[in-house]
Design a protein around this ligand. Structure first.
Ligand SMILES: NC(=O)C1=CN([C@@H]2O[C@H](COP(=O)(O)OP(=O)(O)OC[C@H]3O[C@@H](n4cnc5c(N)ncnc54)[C@H](O)[C@@H]3O)[C@@H](O)[C@H]2O)C=CC1
Ligand SMILES: O=C(CO)COP(=O)(O)O
Length: 323
C-alpha cells in the first residue's frame, strides 16, 4: 500500500498514477471538509475533469493513511513540509519526496528537512517535467527517482511507473533537488520576460543562462552537471519556462504584464513554489559562494527592491565573460 501525503494537484495526480500502476493507494487530505467533498464528488477541483478511481481511498487521518504503507509519498509544498512531517506518525516505510523548493527558515532542500526531522529514514526524490493534470490524464511523461539508497531507487520506479509514466533511477539527490527548486525561480523570470514583451530571444537566453547558474549551485553542493542536463534539470526547466500551465511561469507572466505579486498570489489557491524559494535559493547559493544572477534578480523584484526594467538592465549589463 502506498500513502500519499498531500491532496493538492500533484499528490492527487500521483495517487491516480500509483493506482494505474497497480498499487493500493490512500491519499491524505489535510482538511476533513475537503476530504468529505472529494469523497462525495470523487474529484479534486485542482484537477478539473479527472475522476478519482473508485479504489483510491481518501482520509483526513494521517495515521490511517500510513497504516501498513510500504512507501510514504510527501507532496505538500516545501514551506509546509517540516510542519506536516512533525505531525506524521512514526513509520518504518521509506519517504519519497515530491516537493520542489528550498525552505525559507533554514535554507534546506526537502531531503535535508526529512534527514533533520526523521534521522535515519530511507528517502528518495521524485522529480522531472510532470504537469499534474497530464500525468493524471495518463499522457506520456518521464521523471527521475533519485536516492542514495540503491534498493529504493530501483523499487520506486517499479511501484509507480507504468506504460505512460517512465521513471529513471539516479543517485544524485542534490543535483535533482537543486534542479527542481531552481527551475521554478527561473520560470518566474521567463514568464516576466514574456509578459513584459521582451521576446523569445530573451527567454531562450534566460533559460540557457538559468541552466548555467543551476549547474553552478548543484556542483557546489555536491551534485553533478549531467544531472542538471537531465529530466529534473533541463527537462523541467524547459517545461516550466514554456508551458502555459505552469504556475511559476504564469505568475511571472502576470508580473511582467504589470500586475502586483500580491494581487496574483491572493487570487490563487494553489502553491507557486518559486516565490518563497527565490530568496532562500539565493541565500543558500551565497552561503556556498555561488553567483545566481537571474535568481537574485527574481528575489529582488519580488521583494520590491528592484523594478523589472532595472533587473533586466542589470542582467544585460553584467561584465562579459566566457560562456
Ligand atoms: N502540480 C504539479 O504539476 C507539480 C507539483 N510539484 C510539486 O509538488 C508540491 C505540491 O504541489 P501541488 O500539489 O501542485 O500544490 P497544490 O497547491 O495543488 O496543493 C498543495 C497541497 O498541500 C497542502 N498544503 C498547503 N499548505 C499546507 C500547509 N501549510 N500544511 C499542510 N498542508 C498544506 C494543501 O492542502 C494541498 O493539499 C510542490 O512542491 C510542487 O512544486 C511537482 C511536480 C508537478
Ligand atoms: O513542477 C512542475 C512541473 O514539473 C509544476 O510547475 P508549476 O509549479 O510551475 O506549475
Amino acid at each position: 500500500m502506498i500513502a500519499i501525503i498531500g491532496a493538492g494537484a500533484w499528490g492527487t495526480a500521483l495517487a491516480i498514477q500509483a493506482h494505474r500502476a497497480g498499487r493500493r493507494v490512500t491519499l491524505w487530505v489535510r482538511d476533513p471538509a475537503r476530504a468529505a467533498a472529494m469523497q462525495a464528488s470523487r474529484c479534486n477541483d485542482r484537477l478539473p475533469g479527472i475522476a478519482l478511481p473508485a479504489a483510491l481511498r481518501l482520509t483526513a487521518d494521517a495515521a490511517e493513511a500510513m497504516a501498513g504503507a510500504s512507501l510514504v509519498v510527501l507532496v505538500v509544498p516545501t514551506q509546509a513540509l517540516a510542519a506536516v512531517l512533525s505531525h506524521l506518525p512514526p513509520t518504518a516505510a521509506p519517504f519519497l519526496l515530491a516537493a520542489k523548493g528550498v525552505e525559507q527558515s533554514s535554507l534546506r532542500l526537502p531531503d535535508e528537512i526529512v534527514a533533520a526531522l526523521r534521522p535515519g529514514s530511507r528517502t528518495g526524490i521524485l522529480s522531472g517535467p510532470t504537469f499534474a493534470a497530464e500525468v493524471a490524464a495518463g499522457l506520456p511523461a518521464a521523471a527521475v527517482v533519485a536516492s542514495r539508497d540503491a534498493a529504493l531507487r530501483d523499487q520506486v520506479p517499479a511501484l509507480l511507473g507504468s506504460a505512460n509514466f517512465r521513471l529513471y533511477a539516479g543517485d544524485d539527490t542534490v543535483g535533482v533537488e537543486v534542479g527542481g527548486a531552481a527551475k521554478n525561480v527561473i520560470a518566474i523570470a521567463a514568464g516576466a520576460v514574456i509578459g513584459a514583451g521582451l521576446g523569445e530571444n530573451a527567454r531562450a537566453a534566460l533559460v540557457t543562462r538559468g541552466l548555467a547558474e543551476i549547474a553552478r549551485l548543484a556542483i557546489a553542493l555536491g551534485g553533478r552537471a549531467e544531472t542538471v542536463a537531465g529530466l529534473s534539470g533541463l527537462g523541467d526547466l524547459l517545461l516550466t519556462c514554456t508551458g502555459a500551465a505552469s504556475r511559476n511561469f504564469s505568475f511571472g507572466l502576470a508580473l511582467g504584464a504589470g500586475q502586483s505579486a500580491q494581487a496574483v498570489l491572493s487570487a490563487r489557491k494553489s502553491v507557486t513554489e518559486g516565490v518563497a524559494t527565490a530568496p532562500a535559493l539565493v541565500a543558500r547559493a551565497r552561503a556556498a559562494g555561488v553567483e545566481m544572477p537571474i535568481a537574485e534578480a527574481v528575489a529582488r523584484v519580488l521583494a520590491g527592491r528592484e523594478s523589472l526594467a532595472a533587473a533586466v538592465e542589470r542582467l544585460m549589463g553584467r561584465p562579459r565573460r566566457a560562456e
